[in-house]
Design a protein around this ligand. Structure first.
Ligand code: ADP
Ligand code: MG
Length: 370
């Protein structure tokens, strides 16, 4: 089921006595979520992710705009009539009911011609339980399950009515690191198997990147960029997106474009073709540095961290906005680092260097190939 947001806005009255301006939690969202895909809503805490999800589920009413499921305008429809499945961070299971009873619960409330026989209900509950691989645990209570198992029960409960749209709000945040990885792969598999359009909210960029077909990056209630994870990582629309995606994060420098070259401090690091002149921010991804004894970019070496397959080179440069810069290079390059005079030199990969307008933070598109 395709989900369409049209000029969707949600304002909350200010709670701040001094600043009476409304909080715009969702500012004029206008995009389509394609049928059968997994979409990640990604952004820092307070950027409006949950509000967006609550508008789609109907738990919140929009201040303005419309929501469509396929061709149906669901804007005024109550949540229980939208055909959605919801999963929250804290599982929200009924502690006194067994796993089976928890999964059956949404089916038992069906009325009129949707009403199912006991046998049909059990069949559907079992099917949902099998899908998330908890069919062995049906007689247990939530208190007798691990966090990961509880979240699977919550997902089974959300799926049992075969929702048109599955909505997950930070579903992995309460799990420990290993379970988080495992459960996110599970969610991806379940989504593929069922083909249900799924909207997944997270503040964790790695999680969003790894699980989503498409990510929507948000900040202060406004969409910053929509695209495939790799596309957004490679071609961020602005400095905020560039900094939000990637670990280690992008390294940002004060740059100058003069006579068709990009300068970082005194070092002319790359040729630049395009309508740009003067001061810019230059972002360099950690994988954008090539260790070269005669490289153009001359830095002060702080240290080397060996991580097995890769090494992390930590260094400093006076044009850098932060005191340390981090480059990730293959471990086979370790020999290229000579400790003499504490210096290290790099050439830069042009497609890993991204320029931004210093005032607006918007991406400046240029050609930096030699
Ligand atoms: P996120 O889920 O991305 O952390 P939220 O959607 O919860 O963000 O919140 C977005 C903004 O809207 C925040 O500034 C938050 O304080 C505000 N907000 C959310 N819900 C309410 C509410 N019921 N009343 C007032 N302000 C709210
Ligand atoms: Mg939230």
């Amino acid at each position: 089921m395709k989900v369409v947001l049209r000029n969707l806005t949600k304002k909350f009255p200010s709670r701040d006595k001094k600043n009476k301006k409304d909080v715009v939690a969702v500012d004029n969202f206008d995009f389509e979520i394609p049928d059968g895909k997994l979409i990640g809503l990604l952004g820092p805490s307070g950027c409006g992710k949950s509000t967006t999800l609550n508008l789609i589920s109907g738990l919140e009413k929009p201040t303005d705009g419309q929501i469509f499921f396929g061709e149906d305008d669901v804007t005024r429809l109550a949540p229980e009539h939208r055909g959605i499945g919801l999963v929250f961070q804290n599982y929200a299971l009924y502690p006194h009911l067994t796993v089976k009873q928890n999964i059956l619960f949404p089916l038992e409330n069906l009325k009129g011609k949707e009403k199912l026989s006991k046998g049909e209900m059990l069949e559907k509950a079992m099917e949902a339980a099998k899908l998330v691989q908890i069919d062995e645990l049906m007689e247990r209570k939530p208190g007798e399950l691990s966090g990961g198992q509880q979240q699977r029960v919550a997902i089974a409960r959300a799926l049992v009515k075969r929702p048109r749209v599955l909505l997950l709000d930070e579903p992995l945040s309460n799990l420990d690191a290993r379970l988080r990885l495992q459960t996110r792969e599970e969610i991806k598999r379940i989504q593929k198997e069922t083909g249900i359009t799924t909207i997944f909210v997270t503040h964790d960029q790695e999680e969003a990147m790894s699980i989503s077909d498409i990510i929507v990056v948000m900040k202060d209630g406004a969409v910053q960029q929509i695209g495939r994870p790799q596309e957004v990582y490679d071609n961020p629309a602005n400095l905020f997106v560039a900094k939000f995606l990637g670990t280690p994060p992008i390294n940002v420098f004060e740059g100058q474009v003069r006579d068709g070259r990009l300068y970082l401090g005194p070092d002319a690091v790359l040729p630049v073709r395009g309508a740009v002149q003067g001061a810019v921010y230059a972002g360099i991804r950690p994988e954008g540095f090539l260790l070269r004894k005669d490289g153009a970019f001359c830095c002060n070496l702080n240290g080397v961290e060996v991580m097995g397959r890769d090494i992390s080179v930590v260094f400093a440069h006076k044009a850098s906005l932060s005191p340390t810069i981090r480059a990730i290079v293959g471990a086979e390059n370790l020999a290229e680092i000579s400790a003499d005079a504490g210096q290290v030199r790099f050439d830069l990969k042009p497609d890993k260097v991204i320029l931004f307008d210093k005032k607006t933070g918007e991406r400046i598109r240029v050609d930096m190939k030699a």
